[in-house]
Write a protein that binds this ligand. Structure first.
Ligand code: FAD
Ligand code: FO1
Length: 447
């Protein structure tokens, strides 16, 4: 496999002992470069291999809606792992503490984990790296083109990152080797270390689970197949029409790493024809999604006003005292109590289904800017609601999508208007020209 996907986070030499893959963002056995790397390391050193997942009971406003989607899938993955003679161990509690003591307990020879730009994950990793004396490898198993490799700085916009990605993309569309049965694991090692039990009642119970989408990598493959066979052909034409169903619905699976974006790209590229739709879809799946990881990795303030570009901060500062036509409190937003029936429907769709249509997410966030007293609060409310209700929330795509909508990140200055300054504006009339708003509102109210 391409070593450009791998980064060694310290200078320790490998010791005799099991190789541990600390699975976190990429929660799948198949098509997972971090696991592939860990098994290669174990084979080279003729060592056992074990997968661990550290389960917290609070994660960025997640509820049982998200933990159930995640854990039901992880349970399937742990069974797959066991059938490959690789034990899968669920560790509960504070990840750094639990992992460090586990590594000591089994005399681990090396540690491998996957890449994640979120602050919380980087804190976990640095705490662990300060307390181990074995090699610690990080493998980018989430991006087709590794985030750290493709750019060493915060990119200004999609047009600055796109050419860099396109130049090397083919090199990174290599096929995935299969994970093999691990014969350096004794039966007793597997039996002693395989453990996957959890209790859904230990998580925040609101918002509840959704049932229109099923978790797990097998269901992700089915959703991909439906997308390729029934939706891809008209994706370019209908993806931004909320009354139609032409988005792929892959984001919850991609967020939890239940399917690899590279697998999705490889399968979509195999399709004959529909060139325009393939191009538009791959732009979102590769350039847009990887631009979001770039933003979160190189900008510590990805989830707040400080992260915005100076032009955006200046223009929003100039508008701080402009009168707002409407002002809403956080719970009026949360429970769809604004004067705007379209905005309320979008919020209701997110609450009920855990997945707001992509085109409405821009409008949804921009209106929160328009109807709050300051941009800091607008970003705070958008992040809170997005993380609390979206199945695909708590994700770099979300923080970046909100920064784009409210703070013009990766966008350019527009014609100035009150409250927005030069941040791109969207309004009800503009939306009505794009699609049948009443039909969408009716559809949502029928959920
Ligand atoms: P499709 O159109 O089928 O897209 C396929 C994949 O491409 C997506 O799963 C995603 O990985 C990627 N993609 C598509 N659009 C974008 C985009 N604008 N930015 C980055 N990647 C993209 N996406 C999330 O995954 N989680 C979020 O919490 C989230 N919050 C958002 C908030 C706002 C305010 C905005 C404007 C966008 C947000 N997005 C978020 C991006 C986008 O709306 C969703 O990725 C998309 O709607 C997911 O549905 P899909 O997979 O069916 O989309
Ligand atoms: N990652 C973990 O390593 N342990 C967890 O317990 C965990 C819970 C969790 C809950 C909701 C959610 O949306 C994500 C969660 N993640 C967890 C992180 C996830 O795997 C992704 O890495 C990030 O959210 C996206 O970068």
């Amino acid at each position: 496999m391409l070593q450009k996907r791998v980064l060694k986070l310290n200078n320790f030499e490998i010791l005799k002992g099991p190789i541990v893959y600390w699975m976190s963002r990429d929660q799948r056995i198949e098509d997972n470069w971090a696991l592939i790397f860990a098994q290669q390391l174990a084979f080279e050193n003729k060592q056992p291999l074990i997968i661990v997942f550290t389960l917290v009971d609070r994660f960025l406003n997640a509820s049982v809606r998200h933990f159930a989607f995640m854990l039901k899938s992880l349970e399937n993955e742990s069974a797959k792992s066991y059938s490959l003679n690789i034990p899968f161990r669920l560790l509960k509690g504070n990840p750094p503490d639990e992992l460090i003591s586990f590594l000591l307990k089994i005399n681990a020879g090396a540690l491998v984990t996957d890449f994640d730009p979120l602050k919380i994950k980087r804190e976990w990793k640095s705490k662990i790296n300060l307390n181990i004396n074995i090699p610690f490898y990080e493998v980018d198993a989430h991006n087709v083109v590794p985030c750290r490799y493709i750019s060493q700085k915060e990119e200004f916009a999609a047009y600055t990152l796109r050419p860099k990605i396109h130049k090397v993309l083919n090199d990174f569309l290599d096929e995935f080797p299969k994970i093999e049965k691990h014969n350096y694991n004794s039966t007793e090692f597997v039996k002693k270390n395989h453990c996957f039990e959890y209790d859904l009642s230990s998580f925040e119970n609101y918002p509840n689970e959704v049932d229109w989408i099923k978790p797990g990598s097998e269901n992700a493959k089915k959703i991909l197949e439906i997308f390729i066979n029934q939706k891809l052909r008209s994706y370019a034409e209908f993806r931004n029409i909320p009354t139609h169903d032409f988005q792929s619905n892959l984001s919850p699976y991609l967020h939890f790493g239940q399917i690899s974006a590279q697998r999705v790209a490889l399968e979509v590229m195999k399709v004959n024809g529909f060139e325009e739709s393939k191009k538009v879809f791959l732009e979102e799946l590769i350039v847009r999604k990887e631009l979001a990881d770039n933003y979160c990795f190189y900008n510590q303030n990805y989830d707040n006003f400080e992260g915005l570009q100076n032009w955006a901060k200046n223009t929003l500062n100039e508008e701080r005292n402009s009168p707002r036509d409407y002002i809403y409190m956080p719970d009026e937003f949360e429970f769809s109590k604004t004067h705007d029936e379209l905005w309320n429907a979008a919020q209701t769709e997110m609450m009920k289904t855990g997945k707001m249509h992509g085109y409405l997410r821009m409008y949804w966030a921009k209106k929160i800017l328009e109807w709050t007293t300051n941009p800091e609060q607008a970003i705070e409310i958008a992040v809170y609601l997005n993380d609390k209700y979206e199945l695909d929330g708590r994700d770099p795509n979300g923080y970046t999508g909100i920064a784009w909508s409210i703070g013009g990140v990766h966008d350019r200055p527009w014609f100035p208007r009150k409250v927005f300054g030069k941040i791109r504006y969207m309004n009800f009339n503009g939306m009505s020209k794009k699609f049948d708003v009443q039909k969408y509102i009716k559809k949502v109210n029928e959920y």
